[in-house]
Design a protein around this ligand. Structure first.
Ligand SMILES: [Mg+2]
Length: 352
């Protein structure tokens, strides 16, 4: 193991990713949906986008973030359901309770994904066994399926959990990291978005091992400060710690209108409903916030956010709405330009 980088021998990280989470919860709770293509998002007549598609729906080419109308054209017999976030966050809490049996070092990434640091909790048990125990408990107790990646850091564990979906466990021990990374496409590296990917392709980099042939200086000339991370990451090296003191930073809701609208009254009605949803969610999580943020996307997709801080923390529906409404009337071109989306959120949160 002399050629294994020492940092790879120090930690054991698990990444758990629920399989088609929102769709799986709906199917579990309504067995008549089993085996059918299920799409969580909104009505195909609306301009909602797909949050999650069941594996049956994916066979028709339906993917997350696709317009529901397009999903409908791909599979007219699919069952379209609105997301029920209250139900999903309840299940998410139950999943987290299962994680907490194995470690206190948990970093949730979203309702359906988390990192676990089990370096000191394996207690002579292999991290792989913890991964298997978690997958089994999730199946036995919650009747849901998850995929798990085990690796020496967050980067490798997350890529690994995606390798054998659904229901798979992929373990990458330190001595196999190099081989694991070698053939991976560069876009699998955390932080490489479409623009960076394009830039990398232009200089002849497709796979992670293509990066290995570049010197740090060469790569810095091409990519600037991002070069350091990508050089490390392409070798499967990543010293990011888990962010275990994760706290919600904002609470928000948004609505994409069924048609672009310029009628101020309709927009204000929507803001009222969104404010109510935000206030209810703050109440559920026993939070209150001080800054109200209004997001408006115009028909040409230009997006603006306008915010205002209140004198005191609040979770009052009317205070949130009044503030959002003022921002709308004073700080946007609503009424003059058509709008396709409105969003209300509250930040600067504290628990009450
Ligand atoms: Mg998932």
């Amino acid at each position: 193991m002399s050629d294994v980088h020492p940092s790879l021998l120090q930690r054991k990280i698990i990444h758990v990713d629920m399989d088609a989470f929102y769709a799986s919860v709906e199917i579990r709770d309504n067995p008549s949906l089993a085996g059918k293509p299920v799409v969580i998002g909104g009505s195909p007549q609306s301009r909602a986008v797909v949050c999650t598609a069941s594996y049956e729906a994916r066979k028709y080419g339906i993917r997350s973030a696709m317009a529901c109308s397009r999903a409908y054209r791909l599979c007219p017999q699919a069952i379209f359901l609105p997301p029920n976030f209250e139900a999903y966050s309840k299940v998410s809490q139950q999943i987290r309770e299962i994680f907490s049996r194995h470690t206190n070092l948990i970093e949730p990434l979203s309702l359906d994904e988390a990192y676990l640091d089990v370096t000191n909790n394996a207690q002579g048990i292999y991290a792989t066994q913890i991964a298997k125990a978690i997958r089994q408990s999730v199946k036995d107790e919650l009747n849901l399926s998850c995929s798990v990646g085990v690796g020496p850091n967050k980067l490798v564990a997350k890529i690994a959990s995606d390798m054998r979906k659904p229901g798979g466990i992929t373990v990458v021990p330190p001595e196999r990291v190099s081989e694991f990374m070698r053939h991976l496409e560069v876009r699998k590296i955390f932080g490489v978005g479409p623009a960076t990917e394009k830039r990398l392709h232009e200089i002849g980099i497709q796979k992670c091992s293509d990066i290995w042939t570049f010197s740090p200086t060469q790569l810095e000339n091409e990519l600037g400060s991002f070069a350091h991370w990508i050089l490390q990451a392409s070798q499967g090296l990543d010293d990011r710690e888990l962010e275990t003191n994760w706290e919600r930073k904002s609470m928000g809701r948004e609505e994409t209108f069924s048609a672009d609208i310029s009628d101020l009254e309709t927009i204000q009605k929507s803001l009222k409903l969104l404010s109510k949803d935000v206030a209810d969610s703050l109440k559920d999580e026993e939070l209150e916030g001080r800054t109200v943020v209004l997001k408006i996307k115009y028909a040409d997709f230009q997006q603006v956010t306008r915010s205002r801080s209140l004198a005191h923390h609040t979770r009052s529906e009317s205070q949130i709405f009044n503030c959002a409404q003022q921002l709308l009337l004073e700080k946007t071109e609503a009424g003059k330009r058509k709008i396709r989306l409105a969003g209300v959120s509250v930040s600067n949160l504290r628990s009450q």
